[in-house]
Design a binder for this molecule. Sequence first.
Ligand code: AMP
Length: 397
Amino acid sequence: MQRISNYDFTGKRALIRVDFNVPMNENFEITDDTRIRAALPTIKKVIESGGSAVIMSHFGRPKSGPEDKFSMRHLVGHFSKLLGVDVKLAPDCIGEEVKSMSNALKPGEVLLLENLRFHSEETKGDEEFAKKLAENGDCWVNDAFGTAHRAHASTAVIAKFFPNDKMFGYLIESEVESLDKVIKNPSRPLTAIMGGAKVSSKITIIENLLDKVDNLILGGGMTYTFVKANGGKVGGSICEDDYLETAKNIEKIAAEKGVNLIMATDVVAADAFSPDANTQIIRADAIPDGWEGLDAGPESIAKFKEVIENSGTILWNGPVGVFEFDKFAVGSKAVGEAIVAATKKGAFSLVGGGDSVACVNKFGFAGGVSYISTAGGALLEYLEGKTLPGIAAVRGE
Ligand code: AMP
């Protein structure tokens, strides 16, 4: 497999799949340009080593065919400014005119193709369409981890047209390396903290992690499905009655595999789902009617901290309470602090999944963890143990 760091881009057009699906307001102003910034190291590497770059991405969800509001023309100015290069814009992503524009590129020049999803063949993974896209490059660089779980034309199918000239960009490379440090060769003990609202949305990941982790902290709304499954009283707490058997089964498998399963034993219960509800600290299995558990209690937090601070590798996905309300953010904040402390002592920590990233940012822990993944669906599928088409295509699997 080729590596971007030692590939010779001299005189070549690198066709780079990025994720420029950025949020935009009604005045077409980009409200968060993180995704564009994240792609810059790869693009700079290409143009600074004698190549030219042809950039392709999807943007928004056009229904059928071109729609001005989803045109890349709204991005090209800001992208040029960030890159420090006057980026040219193509009228489409395939076709003769685009091909001659890409062929005319000189070293150091950059061409942005029009939205891939203006063609329905992109998401269908159409091979003819992938072939036409491929005509715009001499090598293919996949740097869109956010869409790596999709077998689309530009993210996976296109690979066959570059049998010897395909590689990951820096962003995917660091995502994959970081995830592998957790999933494939962690320093032990490996602790996963899974939080969030529901068991149902995390069950496949939890099952996959049971094969790998030493400690599994299950927190947040999931707690109450486990408590009820064991005959406890959960009051009005969030609880999935259809998953009581699943919860019992997870406990059984954890015991069989020697995984140390840790859950809240005391909770902060509230008399309403509200930022200024009345609260009481109470046993997790004795919550009266009219009350609901919204955060981990002090005894549970102490247990979580001890396990986290003594870990060699830590994966955090999902808050352990309703962190959006300050009153119920104490547990999630403590988890973040413990992760930062463990990282300082040499542990590798990875935070991923929308809400835990929001949590880390809210409390200013971003600089204290080893890696933050912003990939969403692709990250979750990786943790579920699935093969991601965009990764397999580059590796030739
Ligand atoms: P998820 O998207 O599954 O990671 O869920 C994240 C959401 O779970 C956050 O918005 C939290 O407010 C919510 N959450 C965490 N703990 C609880 C709880 N005990 N009860 C209700 N919602 C919770």
